[in-house]
Design a protein around this ligand. Structure first.
Ligand SMILES: [Zn+2]
Length: 274
């Protein structure tokens, strides 16, 4: 059984060319372009994560364990198996690195700063869980990533089972809701005014992430009612599913946060440039 992929091609293309105008030279422009690609890769993972919450909510799916972990697994499976973008594997590596650097940023503050009671697992656990599933599915493609994350060979092998179980479980849960014929569910994509986040809104539109995800969901699942995917300003870097409105919200601020994470935490922009 497979999810029915929308006919539209995926546009998660590299080199979005959306580098802000203040780039001072080609090297700067290249790094800014990479930062935007990183932010958009994270946006793709984030959208599939929130779509996971949406499917649980709209379809009333049972969830064993933390829902957050379950939908992280679905987002990972989606990018590994069903997203046709040629850089969907890179998107996974970037999204895992995003959780990793979120964790690194919070580690200096001491153990009391960790929210052990959160409905999310710790960011560092989310990073490792993703990389485990990635190497479990495709050891050849992700062995190096798993090595960088210092997941040892024995554990990498065990990740094969972890992945298989997550994949089988999700497919079994979703199977009764898969569309058989040419029906489509109603999934609308709305880009709200982006204000100062216009560069990020443009990159999001150009990437086609939300439209592609919407087309795929609409063609794949019998949803009980209309669902909206909305990109908007939220006043915080976030993304969420609103059950009362049947909406998946992606906040432009999150793209900005991931953009600067790449610049400052990953390439050390502040250390090397003015
Ligand atoms: Zn979540």
């Amino acid at each position: 059984m497979t999810l029915k992929l929308a006919a539209a091609a995926a546009f998660l293309c590299l080199g979005l060319g959306a580098a802000p105008a203040h780039a001072q030279d080609d090297a700067d422009a290249e790094i800014l372009g990479e930062a935007m690609t990183f932010a958009m890769h994270d946006a793709a993972f984030t959208m599939y994560h929130e779509i996971g919450h949406m499917l649980v909510g709209e379809l009333g799916l049972p969830v064993l364990g933390k829902e957050e972990d379950a939908v992280d697994a679905l987002a990972t499976i989606w990018l590994l198996e069903f997203d046709e973008a040629e850089d969907s594997y890179d998107a996974l590596i970037n999204a895992a690195d995003g959780w990793y650097f979120n964790a690194v940023n919070s580690t200096g503050s001491g153990v009391d700063e960790f929210s052990y009671y959160s409905d999310h697992s710790l960011d560092i656990q989310r990073a490792y869980a993703m990389v485990c599933m990635m190497v479990g599915k495709d050891p050849e493609a992700f062995g190096e990533t798993a090595d960088i994350y210092e997941i040892d060979a024995e554990q990498q092998e065990a990740c094969g089972y972890t992945y298989e179980q997550a994949f089988t479980s999700w497919m079994k849960l979703l199977d009764p809701y898969l569309i058989e014929g040419d029906d489509v569910s109603q999934v609308e994509v709305v880009y709200e005014d982006a204000g100062e986040y216009e560069d990020f809104a443009e990159a999001l539109k150009t990437s086609g992430i939300m439209d592609y995800a919407a087309d795929t969901v609409a063609a794949s699942f019998n949803l009980p009612g209309k669902v909206t995917f909305r990109a908007t300003q939220c006043g915080e870097a976030n993304a969420f599913y609103s059950p009362s409105d049947s909406e998946v919200i992606y906040c432009y601020e999150l793209a900005e946060q991931m953009f600067y994470m790449y610049l400052y935490d990953i390439v050390g922009w502040g250390d090397t440039a003015n």
